[in-house]
Design a protein around this ligand. Sequence first.
Ligand SMILES: C[S@@+](CC[C@H](N)C(=O)[O-])C[C@H]1O[C@@H](n2cnc3c(N)ncnc32)[C@H](O)[C@@H]1O
Length: 308
Amino acid sequence: MTVKVPPIKCQGIKTKLVEWIKDHSSLDNNGTWIEPFMGSGVVGFNMRPSRAVFADINPHIINFYNSIKQGKITAGIAKEFLKLEGGHLQAKGEGHYYEIRERFNKDGNPLDMLFLNRACFNGIMRFNKKGGFNVPFGHKPERFAKSYITKITNQIKYVADAVSQYDWEFVCADFRKIISSAATNDFIYCDPPYIGRHVDYFNSWSENDEQELYNLLNAAKAKFILSTWHSNQYRENLALEKYASNYTVLTREHFYHVGASEKNRKPMMEAIVLNYNPLTPVTLETEKQLALFEKTKKEYVVYSSPKP
Ligand SMILES: C[S@@+](CC[C@H](N)C(=O)[O-])C[C@H]1O[C@@H](n2cnc3c(N)ncnc32)[C@H](O)[C@@H]1O
């Protein structure tokens, strides 16, 4: 499967884990894909469900995708916009990036957000305490070369085609509202912020949030997958033991980079929590990966008796 990458990026984007999640997800034909923490949207978009509710607390993400849905942003409109603003960036340098950032923080124009997201440092989305976008410039005034603009506009076209074909809704809401709306044959995919990482205006996540999320998932009639972290070199995610011991927990190693150097390639064990039996058996490959984290082997790959 070739994973399609969406036009906007965010911290914790699950591009590398989409296939794994897809292999284990189970959506009834008549059900709705419900994704309360959509971020970039990469997971649900690649599932291509006929009906979906994509939600996030960040209004800029939702506004961006609704603008595509309503035809206010098309591949053609984005191309003209990025050509114009990319040209100014090349001529004026980083000052232009900061002008757009200021303009975005006043007006919230989704095209400005696209520009910032694709020109900023590391392609992340971070907002200060007042909700202002505060990621610095990525130091590439030549950023918007023709091929890069084409890449972005193709990503927009891919989403535009999908929203015209399927019944996809984009909603700005807290996860509590979205999860409680799920019906029996829906499928919920949750990817909340990880406690203590990437904290910003739209990404604060407390123990209380974690507990409420598990309470809601426990009460949900729908099947769900919850993405979380399992362990890294230093720590284990104690929430798994605390809240997920009755569920199936599958793990997979994932490497992420801190800075540019290869030696800073850090392993992280990612987890998915399922309230049903896995659809494909856990393979030898997974066993091999688990052996790297010997201690985890027995403790967390549990085959519980999930809810019917
Ligand atoms: C880890 S990111 C999701 C990444 C996404 N799965 C992807 O692959 O791009 C978590 C998302 O949860 C959103 N979020 C944080 N708190 C929330 C809340 N209380 N309700 C709904 N969404 C929330 C953030 O704005 C962020 O987009």
